[in-house]
Design a protein around this ligand. Sequence first.
Ligand code: SAM
Length: 395
Amino acid sequence: MDVDDLLSEAGLRALTAAGATDAADPLRAAERLRSQGIAPALAAAALTQVELRRRAAAKFGADAAVMLFTRAGLEQATRAVVASRRAERLRRAGVTSVADLGCGIGADTIAFARAGLRVHAVEADAATARIVEANAAALGLAGVTIEHADATEVEIATDAVFCDPARRTKGGRRVFDPRAYEPPWDFVTALPRNTPRTVLKLAPGIDHDLLPDNAEGEWVSVDGDLVEAAAWCGPLAEVPRRATVITATATHELTGTGREQAPVAAPRRYLHDPDGAVIRAHLVAEFAGAVGGTLADPTIAYTYTDEPARTPFARTYEVLEHLPVALKRLRAALRDLDAGPLTILKRGSALDVEELRRSLRLTGANAATITLTRIAGEPAVLLLRTAADPAAAGG
Ligand SMILES: C[S@@+](CC[C@H](N)C(=O)[O-])C[C@H]1O[C@@H](n2cnc3c(N)ncnc32)[C@H](O)[C@@H]1O
């Protein structure tokens, strides 16, 4: 089924009809569309779009209802909240035009255009290029030129370049080695040579050594999920490393060199588990400095303080007790606490959490939280409770 079929009058009618069906019963939905005289292939394509639109609402909000998607395009798309922050930062840096190389279904293109930048969007996949064109039209975007081409062959004449290379095989499997990115990694990392104001979107697990020289590395999380790394090259780099933590109500940024070591001391009463963006940006020392904390092990990001520091950069727990590490004694200690439903966290432990849970066979009434970690190089188990828990206040 061609994208243009969905954009035809019959296609738009099929999309409207599909939108009115019950998402929970796809077979009946398909029957209903066919009973309205919609051809089976068009009905199937429309129902797929409606399913993707429903899923896309988490990334695109209300825009999703008028956009078209491919499954892979949606999975790889930047969340609107992240794309719009990036676009605003480029605008503030004085950028007026940007090439979006490998634009996919257009999440970043949309954000750039809405920030008032002229966009030269390039996409190698024909169906995806047609979709980004349809999305730009459906959202009434101005100043967007879309080119169906190989990004390695196009002429770039914009102030800035953005490239979010595909990190999946054609079969949809994730690719972890940047050398398997498309467009190719050599092309991607050479972009700043021709256009110094280049931003690259990369996998959050990227090795810091692979970032272009002198680039700012930014790691971004949304509601606790680490979603991407970005390399801000040339004059766009403001600091060596940045962790950006976005929640429903605010955005918080922590910056630093990414090369500091946090002080190490015995564990204290409050344990802070830093956000993934802080950890991946190598800013645990900066985080510890901000809360006046120390680590209990130089290789573990858990940061301890005497006071329950309020911080958007970590989840905070109160350390109630150090429990025995050996299984039998741990089970006995947890049974003494009448522990039942158990939350098991871990940092720096190779233990299989589910296997441990089964081996503990807890049947008590009290919910409990433990973490499996290391203290000064030795395995440790800590009994925790969240500092936000009112019961923790007096304890
Ligand atoms: C990760 S996706 C981009 C997602 C986009 N930033 C968004 O948020 O919607 C990468 C895109 O690059 C495209 N691509 C891969 N190699 C390309 C090339 N050599 N030239 C142009 N596009 C390419 C893929 O087809 C894919 O749509």
